[in-house]
Design a protein around this ligand. Structure first.
Ligand code: PLP
Length: 407
């Protein structure tokens, strides 16, 4: 009976926990930056599965790596290591500040590992008093209880109390607010180099440099959550490289697997020692299938000059968005870091970013929001100029329809 059922959107409400409110559209296949739904309607994808599909949909090199590994070995657990994990960890250490890698399956798990590690490192080197984590209002670090607590949005912890303690929040891009909180009891300062879910807000270079200096002064670790900004999206492999500020720990997920679940926590040899045998772990972390895909994705970025093209694609997005805004005046700010782009709604349209998203879907364009006031885009890093032009023509129509519906 159930295998004959047509899996339409209506089934969602009957069989799924209601924590999501998915669109009425059910995508069934994709290719590059195009996606088709159950009715074969075509969409241009400016959403990238929330900054995940860095090489678009079903990229041949990723499909090849997945199929090749699928014929070889799927899983052994961390009782043994495996070749794809070792190759991927080598690539990550060779191309970043890091000397050691821990693999996980999702961004939240990579952050959970990072937040446990900063506590353990401080405990090992300075004693149990040094346990306080400073994070920022507006930040997002995942949905486990520890990561929502470090995250800076009360709506994600409400109703889940009691939540873990020893966490305080400062104001993003306000160094004085961190100076007021930091002390020798601080074990880490945690931030996204660009607040993604919080509205695409880049850190000021002076702010990030100031945080590095404050951490050094107080023997605290600097943790950069690059789950949204990482893997080429910023125009460098990781956004910290654009700032010239090195973290002690960096977390990466989303684009790392291009759609296959994989995440990593990167750190130095010294800090890594606090995760000795038995202190932390994951059954699936470093799974051969996931690591084979991520390895292929990183090699494609590094060998094909993908990252070097991000800046030019950013310029194309920004000029098209400015042209749309000159016509319709819907945005008061257009912010970006490479191919992570946020358009803040003008005062007259506060709270209405979702309305544009809905209109765009009707026209055949997938975009994202970052809260009620920001329209967000996080497309494939190899989206073609033709797809950008075609998508922007649809966005223009969607914005026009939105403005008309408002007047
Ligand atoms: C998406 C995201 C996370 C959470 O990643 P999941 O894979 O959903 O657990 C954490 N931090 C940032 C900055 C993110 O954008």
């Amino acid at each position: 009976m159930s295998h004959e059922l047509h899996p339409s959107r209506a089934v969602f409400d009957q069989v799924m926990v209601p924590n999501y409110a998915p669109s009425a559209v059910v995508p069934v296949r994709g290719k590059g930056s195009r996606v088709w739904d159950q009715d074969d309607k075509e969409y241009i994808d400016f959403a990238g599965g929330i900054a995940v599909s860095a090489l678009g949909h079903v990229h041949p090199r990723l499909v090849g790596a997945l199929k090749e590994q699928a014929e070889k070995l799927w899983h052994v657990s961390n009782v043994m290591t495996n070749e794809p994990a070792l190759r991927l960890a080598t690539l990550l250490t060779e191309n970043t500040f890091a000397e050691r890698v821990f693999f996980a399956n999702s961004g939240a798990e990579a952050n959970e590992a990072a937040f446990k590690l900063v506590r353990k490192y401080a405990h090992d080197h300075f004693g149990p008093e040094k346990s306080e984590i400073i994070s920022f209002y507006g930040s997002f670090h995942g949905r486990t209880l520890f990561t929502v607590s470090v995250g800076g949005q009360a709506k994600y912890t409400e109703g889940f109390e009691p939540i873990p303690g020893g966490i305080s929040h400062a104001t993003y891009n306000d160094l004085a607010s961190v100076e007021a909180l930091i002390s020798d009891k601080t074990c880490a300062v945690v931030l996204e180099p660009v607040q993604g879910e919080g509205g695409v807000i880049p850190a000021d270079p002076e702010f990030l440099k100031g945080l590095r200096a404050l951490c050094d002064k107080h023997n605290a670790l600097l943790v950069l959550d690059e789950i949204q900004t990482g893997v080429g999206r910023s125009g460098e492999l990781y956004a910290y490289m654009t700032y010239g500020v090195e973290p002690d720990i960096l977390t990466t997920a989303k684009s790392l697997g291009g759609g296959f679940p994989v995440a990593a926590m990167l750190t130095t040899e010294k800090v890594a020692q606090s995760f000795g045998v038995g202190t932390h772990g994951s059954t699936y972390g470093g799974n051969p299938l996931a690591c084979a895909v991520a390895e292929a994705l990183l090699l494609e970025l590094l060998e094909q000059g993908v990252i070097a093209n991000v800046e030019a694609k950013n310029a194309k997005f920004i000029s098209a968005l400015q042209a749309i805004n000159e016509k319709h005046g819907v945005f008061k700010d257009i912010r970006s870091c490479g191919l992570l782009i946020g358009c803040e709604m003008a005062d007259a349209y506060q709270g209405k970013s979702k309305d544009i998203l809905v209109k765009a879907m009707e026209k055949g364009l997938m975009v994202l929001i970052a809260g009620p006031n920001v329209l967000r885009m996080a497309p494939s890093l190899i989206i073609t100029d033709a797809d950008i032009d075609a998508g922007m023509a649809l966005l223009d129509q969607a914005v026009q329809a939105f403005v008309e519906s408002e007047s």
